[in-house]
Design a protein around this ligand. Structure first.
Ligand code: B12
Length: 489
């Protein structure tokens, strides 16, 4: 069967650093590998680099089109893409999957989409392709929201979570044409690697543990070593919680060293409390790259703030975890959440905390109820009608306690205290001195864009412009409905 897998442009990236982190569609590469193994012909089109859905559809003449939807902010763009596929090829079966689609499929339930994948794709897409190919009932394909004549129905779940070694290596060759475009800030090209999936914690703002029910799955050491050894010099590790399993993490570091793996740059994501008990692990991993960055969900500047987010960790761990990682020579990046319900006092508390602990490299996003979280269900009635593209953690979804203007004044003031403010501690010239001459235009673009995040006017204008507009189809801004059993069709 001819299968086309699409990664649309996310659409909403006016604010934040999204455009400077363009990484490969790893999920599609794993699905691609599973489909290739069954003899299908697969094309992956990364529309962020080569737009033109219609041209890709005409060229690959697919029977099945899969569209990736990792973020809730992309729902509208995914529907537009599906509509375009339908227009050009009304006979193709249109399937949407990815984190946000699985965690909260409701907004995608519209006529231009035929099925939504409610779990990982490696097993589901293969079974769907086979059922379509052989003309079998789609009701037997697991983990789908399926459009039928009687409306949308849910098929039974997978018998068990897909073991990650079912497909040991992603089909990276499917995106070879886009490789030079994949980058994280100045690191280019960048490879995305996954060693494990899921997280056992229960942070209220995160939809990952809720989708995977706090489970964690690991790839085998041999598969991960092979992946590291056969990819390039700059690696972003996609794991939700790196170093979660200390025994396996030590074993992995050892195996990578034995294989002679050494990278120019590695970025991983983890928690501060885990760093506090991982000194041995940090020492074992640090020699594996020249520069090694850790991204931490720092979230809040007080124990109360962290407790309110169900972080199950305190600021003592924040301070200590950062100290230990720095001692081992890691670069520390992180993110704090700014709550629309804050008063001026919480903003000041955050500024003081950042100054005291030298956390100016951290970024700031607005605490956002992402669909697929219990928090979303709790506050759904407060959320004003607006497009899903506002769920990018840079928009206010309801009137903040301080009023919109004052909130954005303080929010942008918070950004002004970061390292990215070229009128602050680090000037434009300081930045330029640190990069190669060929990188100057790029870093200038990054800095020019981030200066916009320090001006309240841009946020205020956007706030006014997107009030009262709603998503084009699907169950906008509603909590998920009751899931019916599959009907006979
Ligand atoms: C890499 C990544 C990014 C990359 C971009 C990824 C991309 N290719 O577009 C960058 C760094 C740019 C990014 C940015 C953001 N991200 Co992001 N990101 C991730 C991360 C860490 C890994 C995704 C990944 O590649 N995993 C590895 C692959 C193998 O798994 P996968 O993609 O899930 O694919 C599997 C399934 O989902 C499914 N599948 C995937 N596609 C398809 C397609 C079909 C047809 C089917 C059937 C199945 C299917 O099968 C695949 C194989 O099993 C996830 C965490 C996560 N667990 O999802 C967060 C995550 C998706 N991001 C998230 C968020 C919030 C953001 C930001 C808003 C953060 C911010 N502060 O600004 C921004 C948005 C930027 C923008 N405006 O676009 C949230 C989304 C929550 C939500 N409900 O919307 C996640 C879940 C993180 C979290 N813990 O909350 N992100």
């Amino acid at each position: 069967m001819d299968i086309l897998l699409l990664r649309p442009h996310p659409g909403s990236d006016k604010f934040g650093l999204g455009p400077f982190f363009r990484v490969e569609p790893l999920g599609l590469e794993y699905i691609g590998a599973a489909l290739l193994a069954k003899g299908h012909r697969v094309t992956v089109a990364d529309l962020r680099f080569r737009p033109g859905t219609a041209a890709w559809v005409r060229r690959s003449r697919p029977h099945l089109v899969g569209i990736s939807c990792p973020h809730a902010l992309e729902y509208e763009r995914i529907i537009e893409t599906a509509r375009e596929v339908r227009r050009v090829n009304p006979d193709a079966f249109i399937h949407v999957g990815g984190h946000a689609a699985a965690a909260f499929p409701g907004p995608l339930e519209c006529d231009d989409i035929d099925a939504i994948c409610l779990d990982d794709g490696e097993e589901v897409v293969v079974q769907l392709a086979e059922a379509l190919d052989k003309g079998r009932s789609l009701a037997d394909v697991p983990a789908l929201r399926l459009r039928t004549r009687d409306g949308w129905v849910t098929t039974p779940p997978l018998a068990e979570r897909t073991p990650l070694d079912l497909v040991p290596l992603p089909a990276r060759e499917l995106v070879a044409q886009h490789r030079s475009g994949y980058h994280c800030l100045l690191f280019k090209p960048v490879w995305l690697i996954e060693t494990a999936r899921g997280c056992p914690h229960r942070c209220s703002f995160c939809s990952v543990w809720q989708l995977y029910e706090r489970s964690c799955r690991e790839r085998s050491i041999s598969a991960v070593v092979e992946d590291f050894a056969t990819t390039g010099d700059a690696v972003f590790v996609a794991d939700d919680l790196f170093w979660h399993n200390p025994v396996r993490s030590l074993e992995l570091a050892d195996a990578l060293k034995k294989r002679g793996v050494f990278k120019r740059w590695i970025l991983v994501q983890t928690r501060t409390d885990l760093l506090c008990r991982s000194s041995e692990l940090l020492a074992a991993w640090r020699p594996l790259a020249k520069d090694f960055d850790i991204f931490l969900g720092l979230e809040a500047a007080s124990d109360n703030g962290l407790a309110d987010l169900a972080k199950d960790s305190g600021v003592t761990e924040t301070i200590e975890g950062v100290r230990i990682a720095r001692e081992h020579g890691y670069g520390i990046n992180g993110n704090f959440l700014i709550d629309p319900d804050w008063t001026e006092a919480e903003f000041r508390e955050l500024w003081e905390f950042i100054a005291r602990h030298g956390l100016q490299r951290a970024g700031f996003t607005i605490r956002t109820p992402l669909p697929g979280t219990e928090y979303y269900n709790q506050v759904a009635s407060r959320i004003a009608p607006q497009p899903w593209s506002n769920f990018d953690m840079h928009h206010l979804l309801w009137e903040p306690r301080l009023g919109v203007r004052r909130f954005f004044e303080l929010y942008t003031e918070t950004w002004r205290r970061s390292i990215l403010n070229t009128s602050g501690e680090k000037s434009m010239l300081d930045w330029m001195r640190q990069v190669r001459p060929s990188q100057i235009p790029y870093i200038a673009r990054v800095l020019w864009r981030t200066q916009g995040m320090m001006k309240p006017a841009a946020y205020l204008k956007e706030y006014e412009a997107t009030r009262g507009t709603v998503a084009p189809c699907g169950t906008s801004l509603s909590v998920p409905g009751i899931v019916e059993p599959p009907s006979n069709f």
